[in-house]
Design a protein around this ligand. Structure first.
Ligand SMILES: [Zn+2]
Length: 302
């Protein structure tokens, strides 16, 4: 874990390069590029929207992906009924649901231009069944009188995520918050001691209690609580534009709501609090309420 710190410290923000690296092909390429191949249209494009060199988006993504696109900073971008924030560098971000089938349609209207729909194909993934045995029984089948507490705690977390900050932390190449064996994967169907539960909302990394947890990217602390019923020590960091990370089952939290944290900064320690069978870090990510797979976000950084 410590050997990552100097490495991560040297990886500064490279939003534009990060996007270029992850985006294979612009979608709707023919719509943006072919008019420019004829002289009259080329002139038109140059006069109307010279900075728009097409919108850069991957042509296909996996279920659970975080997708970062780039377009003209003044473009209007809509996806799934929502207008997405476009940063001064023209970056925008969206989440692909675990069960999305695609094609996804991202509508981009450059300034002075007409709306171009960009289609993104979605690659289906396998979601194996994962059996988890040995979690505290009271967390697997909580007593009825606890239901209200769980609902209240979940509502607080959901409310904390309802923000859309102008920061571009989401475009940093993410680093592992803890190094260790992946003991649980995103999206897997989970059965706790024979009781089917919701699909796993993040990735689990096995590590001893007390192992420092580092911010995988910069952000603002939006939630911190030491003892939630299901998730134990719980910390959320907002990375801007509706993207956030959550860290669960922590034994210690070193930051407080409102703090600015930088990539690689120690923010908490691994634990086994809440519904856990042993010490590990659960790391989940959301983009505007859509759960995405942190492992795919790490792969973007490669
Ligand atoms: Zn987990």
């Amino acid at each position: 874990m410590s050997r990552r710190s100097s490495h991560s410290a040297s990886r500064k923000r490279l939003p534009i390069l990060a996007v270029a690296a992850l985006c294979s092909l612009p979608t709707a390429h023919s719509q943006t590029a072919s008019p420019a191949s004829t002289t009259p249209s080329k002139r038109l494009v140059a006069a109307d929207a010279a900075p728009v060199r097409g919108t850069v988006l991957p042509s296909s993504v996996q279920q659970g992906a975080l997708v970062i696109g780039r377009t003209h900073p003044a473009a209007v971008v809509e996806y799934d009924g929502r207008r997405l924030r476009v940063s001064p560098n023209g970056l925008f971000v969206l989440g692909v649901d675990r069960d999305a089938t695609g094609p996804l349609v991202v509508a981009v209207k450059p300034p002075g231009g007409s709306v171009l729909p960009h289609r993104i194909e979605v690659t289906a993934r396998d979601w194996p069944i994962e059996r988890v045995n040995g979690a505290p029984p009271k967390t697997v089948n909580p007593p009825p009188q606890i239901a209200e507490r769980i609902a209240r705690e979940q509502a607080l977390i959901v409310a904390s995520r309802k923000r859309d900050d102008a920061r571009e932390d989401f475009a940093q190449p993410f680093v592992w918050p803890v190094r260790g064996r992946i003991s649980g994967r995103f999206g897997n169907q989970r059965i706790y001691d024979g009781t089917p539960k919701s699909p796993h909302g993040g990735m689990d990394i096995a590590a001893p209690t007390g192992t420092p947890v580092k911010a995988p990217a910069g952000g603002i602390v939006i939630f911190a609580a030491n003892d939630l019923y299901l998730t134990g020590g719980t910390l959320l960091i907002d990375h801007g534009a509706g993207v956030s990370s959550n860290f669960l089952h922590l034994s210690r939290i070193d930051v407080k709501v409102g703090d600015r944290v930088e990539q690689g900064q120690v923010v908490a320690a691994v634990g086994a609090t809440g519904r856990a069978t042993g010490p590990h870090l659960h790391w989940g990510m959301h983009c505007h309420g859509v759960r995405v797979d942190p492992l795919l976000v790490l792969e973007l950084a490669k």
